[in-house]
Design a protein around this ligand. Sequence first.
Ligand code: ATP
Length: 438
Amino acid sequence: MSEPDPQLFDKIVNLSKRRGFVFQSAEIYGGFRSTYDYGPLGVLLLRNVKDAWWRSMVQLRHDVVGLDASILSPPQVWEASGHLTNFSDPLVDCTTCNSRHRLDKLADPEVCPSCGTRGSLTEAREFNLMFRTHAGPVTETAAEVYLRPETAQGMFINFANVLHTSRKKPPFGIAQIGKSFRNEITPGNFVFRTREFEQMEMEFFVPPDEADEWYDYWCRTRMEWYLDLGMPADQLRLRPHDADELSHYSSATSDVEFLFPWGWDELEGIANRGDYDLTQHAEASGEKLDSFDQASGERYTPHVIEPAAGATRTAMAFLMAAYAEETVDDDTRTVLRLDPRIAPYKVAVLPLSKKDTLTPTAHEVFDRIKGRWMADYDETQSIGKRYARQDEVGTPYCVTVDFDTLDDRAVTVRDRDSRAQDRVSLDKLDTYLSDRLD
Ligand code: ATP
């Protein structure tokens, strides 16, 4: 097992800011705690993570369809789902230093982790994590609405709509990517736990007697997704919940965990939710949320297997897993060994010099590439420095246009990981890159 680098966390936070992955939100006003803005590189990384998820969960499957439900929702949804009563964390205050903590996350429930005092923590009180606001000009209870704390309920309340319009029947799934909001007591560890974040969730509806089998299937399939995108096997594990961790309606839940610099922590939860959600919403709304089984001629309420992942959290885990420092000719180079599918830029076009003679050809090369692959164009500083800059943000290939290009119509392509360079004729460049990137 590889030991986590104790400096890795600071290095990632630093790189994120320095190279434009993630900025503190409202920084010019002193920063707004626990909210982050994704910069030019971060927005590409995050989008690539979401696209890879959507491709594997929706595009490549005949049995899953997509959805984009609203973030604002009426209290009835959260009343029926149980969130209004149960979606809370146990909050304790320290009477010595006034810090606040989640009781269930304390190493020792008797000791304040901020000041170390024993016996200074108050009795726990339940703190509901949902953000509440008002729709329209009146601030009375009737106008109360909630920001969704998960995307999942959108799938349950649209179950009948999707069933009827998509002509699917169980086993089938509804997938959604989008923002969720939780008024976390202790946000932290950079984008790991924030009050506003993005989720990638799928609700897979199955006949009750197939639930166990599908649960195993989704645990395996989701683990494979991370591994396929380059997460090292020794930094990833599937941890089944103990009986006392399970929600009352779940017969089984497993977390996909990544070895973060502070230890193993959750990227995704895969749960067998039984018929809880559809039953709750059917009862509360009076609508039929069930399916017809042709073989038995009976109606039944499907059971649900839910793989629920965090996009923002996972994007950071990919950054951490990819980060490497290596010594090359007595120099240290930083390289993000991101899978090309996740890397913000796939290619960088680098004219060897800023001289006008090279610019038209370099632009021509950029124009050939840009329609197919997200590409960067950089003509400042020495070529060595520019290679280093691209290594540091994980660009798999650099294409250098030099003075010979003007005569031989060929460019130098440099590989991020091996640093090997190939001379490739311009008319073969598309094929060369496509063999390696697609
Ligand atoms: P935790 O125990 O860390 O609070 P959870 O078990 O409540 O998380 P779920 O409700 O299962 O989380 O949400 C599914 C996924 O959404 C999580 O695995 C995580 O990746 C992501 N997620 C949940 N809360 C946050 C948050 N505050 N910030 C960033 N991502 C989050």
